[in-house]
Write a protein that binds this ligand. Structure first.
Ligand code: GLY
Length: 374
């Protein structure tokens, strides 16, 4: 089998596997693995949307009505997230783009659209001016967390861009665009490497400097953060038609590829000293591949074929080293690392990696509904 045929076969196997196992999780959400099995949780953390997003991707490709029914059954738990303010952070974008927006997009369900707009209103409240960034964690203006934004937040902007288009209210778009510009300026280094988190003075907005959370060190290169930068800036470029964001995504993609290990599977941090553990993070490869496929569809200065080749290479490496072929498996990829310092999901399945792996495989075939872009 050539690479293309292998990727098509992996897509077919993934869709069949999801149809077989999805009901076994019931009303709970797969999060990350422990000893190769997904840990299940209620809808109370940043990962819940990846599960509904995966169901919607699979439904779009298979038209299996049971996948649609399952995803719909989970939507009330997202409403409860807002009603009871359960773990409200910048991750509202991940959560609601891949649940309420996806449901509206796949089924034209108006209450789902209204719920996604409600989440966007909550998210825009986290925009901090001066400083012009979306606060990542904690209560707004929290003394410890109020000054912090993170590269991951680039992925949450699409909910805001979308909300402006839906409502005609420019506030969401303006905040998202300003946040993207702040991130481009301060969270992306001149060589295209991202910082994971960055602090601003809450009173003056003055940039204070980087501090990592999940990376090896403040000035190292956390692999999943770099993948968020590739994907997030590409989406921002699409919504804003801004060359600067396209350039940022391209630069981040080049840096990601330049620092990959020889087998093409990222380590959890791409700048590890020789005495650090070299855990793999398959999710970073999956996210970066989906981001590069997006770049390949934009007017990327004649480099579209290169991005397509990079994405295909990353997916090939995932197939060779991380794709699970055991027929009874309830996940797609092994070898993600969620949080190396805390020992969470180290070299384990991870629902976020599964989501982007499926998104990328479907994009390659031109079959992915787009829950991020315009
Ligand atoms: N957004 C959190 C993470 O990527 O681990």
């Amino acid at each position: 089998m050539n690479s293309r045929e292998r990727l098509v076969a992996a897509l077919d196997a993934s869709l069949e596997r999801i149809s077989q196992y999805h009901r076994t999780f019931g009303a709970r959400f797969p999060t990350m693995g422990k000893m190769g099995l997904y840990q299940l949780a209620p809808n109370d953390n940043w990962l819940a949307g990846f599960w509904t997003g995966l169901l919607w991707l699979a439904y779009g490709a298979t038209e299996d009505e049971d996948l649609c029914a399952h995803a719909r059954e989970l939507l009330p738990s997202f409403q409860e997230r807002l009603d009871y303010r359960i773990h409200i952070t910048h991750d509202l974008g991940f959560l609601f783009s891949l649940s309420a927006r996806a449901q509206w997009q796949c089924t034209a369900d108006d209450p789902a659209r209204v719920l996604a707009l409600r989440a966007a209103e909550e998210l825009v409240q986290r925009f901090r001016d001066p400083g012009c960034y979306i606060q990542a964690w904690g209560e707004i203006a929290d003394p410890e967390e109020g000054g912090r934004t993170i590269i991951d937040a680039m992925m949450n902007l699409s909910l805001l861009f979308w909300a402006s288009r839906e409502t005609g209210d420019p506030r969401y778009q303006q905040s998202a665009q300003q946040h993207a510009e702040t991130s481009r300026r301060w969270l992306l280094r001149p060589d295209g490497a991202s910082y994971h988190t960055y602090f601003f003075d809450q009173e003056s907005g003055k940039p204070l400097g980087p501090r990592t959370h999940q990376g090896y060190a403040d000035d190292s290169l956390w692999a999943r953060g770099q993948a968020w930068a590739v994907h997030g800036f590409a989406v921002a470029a699409e919504w804003c038609q801004e060359q600067r964001f396209l350039d940022a995504s391209q630069l981040a993609a080049e840096r990601f590829m330049a620092e990959l290990p020889a087998d093409g599977v990222p380590t959890w941090d791409l700048r590890l000293p020789s005495n650090a553990p070299r855990y793999r993070d398959s999710s970073a490869a999956a996210i970066a591949a989906a981001g590069m496929l997006r770049l390949a569809q934009l007017d990327a200065g004649g480099r579209e074929a290169e991005y397509l080749g990079w994405a295909q290479g990353l997916l090939d490496s995932l197939l060779s080293h991380c794709f699970e072929t055991y027929p009874g498996a309830q996940y797609l990829l092994r070898n993600a690392t969620v949080h190396a310092h805390k020992g969470w999901g180290v070299e384990e399945p991870f629902i976020c990696g599964d989501y982007f792996f499926l998104e990328a495989l479907l994009m390659l075939q031109g079959r992915a509904p787009d829950f991020w872009g315009p």
